[in-house]
Design a binder for this molecule. Sequence first.
Ligand SMILES: O=P(O)(O)OC[C@H]1O[C@H](OP(=O)(O)OP(=O)(O)O)[C@H](O)[C@@H]1O
Ligand SMILES: O=c1cc[nH]c(=O)[nH]1
Ligand SMILES: [Mg+2]
Length: 213
Amino acid sequence: MRIHVADHPLIAHKLTVLRDAGTDSPTFRLLTDELVTLLAYEATRDVRTEPVTVPTPVAEAAGVKLAAPKPLVVPILRAGLGMLEGMVRLLPTAEVGFLGMVRDEHTLKASTYAQRIPEDLSGRQCYVLDPMLATGGTLADSVRFLVERGADHITAVCLLAAPEGLRFLERELDSVGIPVTVVTAAVDDHLNEHGFIVPGLGDAGDRLYGIAG
Ligand SMILES: O=P(O)(O)OC[C@H]1O[C@H](OP(=O)(O)OP(=O)(O)O)[C@H](O)[C@@H]1O
Ligand SMILES: O=c1cc[nH]c(=O)[nH]1
Ligand SMILES: [Mg+2]
């Protein structure tokens, strides 16, 4: 597994405001959107392209276009939905599949409550969106789900990751047999006893959308 920490002053600045407990939901949503577009630039570094030629007003120019099959962007509901627009802004021709997952607050185990993902992902590059990589359980399960359907290249885009979760994913995803990359704006200090990232930003879903019932 490859881990890329996006080290850029604009990312660090926006992340600082995002962490601030005083930042309200509308601002949190706006900053999430902006951060994802900056992260998407790094996350799509390996997107597959094929050569094309276009006529400029002067001559033929060699260029590239995104290769088929189209990339699939997969936000993990709920919080990953806040990252969708920022990602498809850079990849407007991508298709979007949805995975609804929730982590039990006591056992910290993730479970899937909804999915709308193509049955056959053979040859597809997938971009998983989830702001928080805490224990890594949610991301490990979502990567396995996509690999079982044939995805052959997966990049996860996160805002924050915990070192414990990254270590867990490195062990778990060793055997999936395809390249997996995690792109994150920062790796934080540790997980607390409730499985929250420290210093983190709190519950990303709640900060985006309000307290879930
Ligand atoms: O790495 P993990 O320990 O698995 O935790 C990370 C997951 O926890 C949060 O989801 P949550 O269960 O709070 O659902 P929500 O997005 O609906 O708030 C977060 O959005 C991730 O999906
Ligand atoms: O810190 C954390 C950990 C899991 N999920 C969140 O939203 N925040
Ligand atoms: Mg949540």
